[in-house]
Ligand binder design. Structure first.
Ligand SMILES: [Zn+2]
Length: 267
């Protein structure tokens, strides 16, 4: 489901600082708000942190130093996430009240504040209007096109996939897995409405594109597989064609998968 309040907030922030073309310049936004951006040379699992400095009455965002971090797009997502904690009013109130904040990796945490900050980050980095415009021309996107969109807007691949799944009218879903284990499943509204709200499985299925990527680290590009819904939704009775596209996210063992379900009435 689309969080309209957060979409509007992100739109307002971009508009206020003249960030209307790709990629969104986060430095401009931070500087205009007098937020210091400070790179940190560490450390396993560190994604970012925002703090309110009481004496200076100003905010600082710590982010992973690009020389020690896996990807620039991932860092941008982390900074945008921390900006979410700044721009979303209740989050900022917590910070000003002295609750500093370590962020867990984007989209794999379930804490409500983290999810909101992730939604804000995704909405800030890839404007809703851009996706709506693309989907007006053609209602679906391939994983390759989603990765290209992530590239154009210098946002993370998984946030671009989530943006697509939120906005498309197609029956599809995004799956993130790590070493074969499902860590995130997000169906589109259409897929949700058709009954694909959960997969019912914990591991990526044998023979799936994600499974092949997980077992063969020499595969670098988008891996595809054509199968049926039974593979990913073994407990659902209806059987429909399903197309899988999977892509490895850096070297961390994460795989991003897009499931597209053929669900035409006249099938
Ligand atoms: Zn956070």
């Amino acid at each position: 489901m689309i969080n309209r309040a957060i979409e509007k907030l992100a739109d307002d922030v971009r508009a206020s600082y003249g960030q209307t073309v790709a990629p969104v310049n986060l430095d401009v936004i931070a500087e205009a708000e007098s937020i210091s951006l400070v790179p940190i040379e560490k450390c396993e699992g560190f994604h970012g942190r925002i703090e309110f400095l009481r004496e200076a009455a100003s905010f600082v965002i710590y982010y992973p130093d690009p020389n020690f971090a896996p990807s620039r797009q991932r860092i941008r997502f982390s900074i945008a996430h921390e900006l979410g904690h700044y721009f979303i009013e209740p989050h900022r109130e917590l910070l000003v009240a002295g609750k500093s904040h370590d962020s867990t990796p984007g989209f794999i945490c379930d804490n409500a504040l983290e999810v909101e900050a992730d939604e804000f980050a995704a909405a800030l980095l890839i404007p809703a209007s851009h996706i709506e415009q693309r989907l007006r021309r053609r209602s679906f996107m391939t994983l390759g096109e989603i990765l290209k969109m992530a590239d154009d807007w210098q946002s993370s691949a998984r946030s671009a996939a989530i943006r697509y799944v939120r906005y498309t009218g197609e029956a599809c879903a995004m799956v993130v897995s790590k070493q074969g284990k499902l860590t995130r499943y997000i169906p589109s509204d259409e897929a949700d409405g058709l009954g694909y709200r959960f997969t019912g499985i914990k591991m990526v299925p044998e023979g799936s594109a994600a499974h092949r990527l997980n077992n063969d680290s020499s595969k670098k590009g988008v891996e595809e597989s054509h199968s049926a819904t039974k593979r990913w939704f073994p407990y659902l009775r209806d059987e429909h064609d399903l197309h899988e596209e999977s892509f490895r996210l850096g070297g961390s063992g994460y795989v991003l998968t897009l499931l597209s379900i053929s669900h035409d009435e006249d099938e």
